[in-house]
Design a protein around this ligand. Structure first.
Ligand code: IMP
Ligand code: MG
Length: 180
């Protein structure tokens, strides 16, 4: 294990199994109506690549970069789309793929933007759900792999200051790494 990681939360094997199961569920739910799957970069890139290979449908893929500013008390007005999708989603089923749902500020704004473009439906697949976090709205994950507590986690796409994304597992980051 990386020396900056305090505790292992989910092993490579556990993640693989959970992502495959989720892909099977999504395959069943969208049978006959393949969604466009939109990954929110960068955190979702590993989850997205594993998840879509477990979705046995002809789904389209696209990516978006969204940056949120301000603190958790400020609601979704402060989210900026840095890179938009290329696809026209009018009348399409959209599945947003995100690494972790925390305050929900980012996803709440992204969902509103996509619905405004007349998507037929917008659902959210999150690898992790910070269940104790205070949410900016009633937003919730339609699909998720794991719940986590109020801790800072890294690995499998999730970073701290752009590091640890390439860890094969998910773990809790040592406090001393981000508290100086
Ligand atoms: P939200 O908009 O507050 O839900 O924040 C979601 C984003 O915050 C995620 O996409 C992550 O980039 C980041 N984030 C929140 N909690 C964690 C964590 O524990 N580890 C790594 N990134 C996190
Ligand atoms: Mg992120």
């Amino acid at each position: 294990m990386h020396s900056d990681v305090e505790r292992l939360l989910f092993t490579e094997e556990e993640i693989k199994n959970a992502v495959e199961k989720l892909g099977e569920r999504i395959t069943g739910d969208y049978a006959g109506e393949p969604p466009i799957v939109i990954g929110i970069l960068k955190g979702s890139f590993i989850f997205m690549s594993d998840l879509v290979r477990s979705i046995k449908l002809d789904c389209d893929l696209d990516f978006m970069i969204a940056k949120s500013y301000g603190n958790a008390a400020v609601s979704s007005g402060t989210v900026n789309i840095v890179k938009d999708i290329d696809a026209d989603i009018t009348g399409r089923h959209v599945l947003i793929v995100e690494d972790i749902l925390d305050t929900g500020r980012t996803l709440d704004a992204v969902r509103a933007i996509l619905l405004h473009r007349s998507a037929r439906s917008v659902k959210i697949a999150a690898l992790l759900d910070k269940v104790t976090a205070e949410r900016v709205s009633d937003l919730k994950a339609d699909y998720k792999c794991f719940d986590v507590g109020n801790e800072f986690v890294v690995g499998y796409g999730l970073d701290y200051a752009e590091k640890y994304r390439n860890l094969r597992y998910i773990g809790v980051l040592k406090r001393e790494v981000y508290e100086h």
